[in-house]
Design a protein. Structure first.
Length: 402
């Protein structure tokens, strides 16, 4: 009888334990629901309160509702609109073409026209007279922005035409630069050819001008900028030969802003380039580097010795010029050119391009020539003093005639 009496008691015990387990599970579920409701309530009520670690864990399991994020998103969008509005206000042009009084044409390029000009009212940052470049129709804004960026990077060098102000907001785009008295070096040499040819100090004068151009190009190299359009027409004259300034940076490239230094390898079939000043590796291998500017500097030396004659004067078409350069033909030796300058000229045209000197080398060679001129001159100046005078734009080397 005893064993049989245990059987009814066992199911009732298990049933009680089962009910107790259900009650415990129900209570745990209620507590969990209360805990899960905490992160959805606390952030709107206490936005400045640091989020506890527990809440971060809850957010990993269940993303918070999007509604608390809407105010911050709208605030960011409104702030962006406000910032864009401020930028538009700041981009209002400081001047337009109607504010300029164009006095004299300096040169007309493929992308812009240079004038001597002044403001119709007042001055431009204290300059009553200045040089301005007015872009032609079709010039893209990004090219103007790049030119402005490069010129701003080349500020405060005596042999680079300095940028004063610009309008890159409304067309025509305008760059205002420092004033130069005589326009381009090409025009100056052509205009004064008869007078200069009779000057016994002509070669010394041309050497000094070459030296200042080389100083400008050395500065470009130190800033990792390739000019890509170095020519006599793009060198301005304020006082010959002491104040000559490299200008026109419309084709220039800033390698620090490019993906790689090898990005100097470029060629845009739509972009017109000055073929007569370009090196053979550009036509053969689609490559232009700092040594391409060195090649162009050799052409500039040749132009100076020939009073602004067009390089390869006997070739008429672009195809003839490219073929002539690729075949290794060079310009003929200028009549009356001093041997030292002729040597530098030929070094600039070396092939392959790795054999060409750097602009630092060229500056040293030209300084050596000027020192020798100082020693052999009738003026009682030491060679070291002479070089310092050249660097400081003194007029003591020769009696200034131009």
């Amino acid at each position: 009888f005893v064993p049989g009496s245990v059987l009814p008691v066992l199911p009732s015990t298990l049933f009680c334990r089962y009910r107790s387990a259900l009650k415990t599970i129900r209570l745990l579920r209620q507590n969990k629901m209360l805990m899960s409701a905490v992160p959805r309530v606390e952030p709107p009520l206490l936005p400045m309160r640091p989020i506890p670690v527990v809440v971060e864990e809850e957010e990993e399991r269940e993303p918070p509702p999007k509604s608390p994020l809407r105010p911050s998103t709208s605030a960011r969008s409104s702030s962006k609109k406000l910032w864009k509005g401020l930028q538009q206000l700041q981009q209002d042009p400081p001047f337009t073409k109607s504010d300029l009084n164009l006095l004299q044409l300096i040169k007309a390029g493929k992308e812009g026209v240079f004038y001597q000009a002044r403001m119709t009212r007042g001055t431009c940052k204290g300059h009553s007279m200045f040089t301005c470049k007015i872009s032609k129709e079709g010039v893209r804004l990004k090219h103007v922005d790049m030119e402005v960026s490069i010129m701003r990077k080349l500020m405060h060098h005596k042999n680079i035409l300095q940028l004063l102000d610009w309008n890159a907001t409304t067309e025509p785009y305008i760059l205002i630069m420092e004033y130069v008295s005589y326009g381009t070096l090409r025009t100056f040499l052509q205009t004064n050819r008869a007078h200069l040819s009779a000057d016994p100090e002509l070669q010394s004068l041309l050497t000094i001008a070459s030296y200042h151009i080389a100083l400008a190009m050395q500065h470009l190299r130190s800033k990792m900028i390739i000019h890509c359009d170095l020519a006599l027409r793009n060198v301005m004259v304020n006082k010959f030969p002491w104040e000559v300034k490299v200008a026109e940076f419309g084709l220039a490239r800033d390698l620090t802003r490019m993906a790689s230094r090898r990005s100097s390898r470029w060629r845009n079939p739509r972009q017109r380039v000055p073929l007569r000043w370009y090196p053979p590796e550009y036509f053969k291998n689609n490559y232009y580097s700092y040594k391409g500017d060195v090649w162009a500097f050799g052409i500039v030396l040749w132009e100076m010795q020939t009073f602004g004659t067009l390089p390869y004067p006997n070739l008429e078409t672009s195809e003839q010029v490219v073929y002539h350069i690729c075949m290794g033909h060079k310009n003929t030796n200028p009549e009356g050119c001093r041997p030292e300058i002729l040597h530098i000229m030929r070094d600039c045209w070396q092939e392959p391009y790795t054999l060409r000197p750097s602009f630092t080398d060229i500056v040293c060679m030209l300084e050596s020539i000027m020192e020798n001129d100082a020693v052999s001159s009738s003026m009682f100046l030491s060679s070291s003093l002479f070089v310092r005078i050249c660097k400081n734009h003194s007029m003591a080397f020769v009696v200034q005639k131009y």
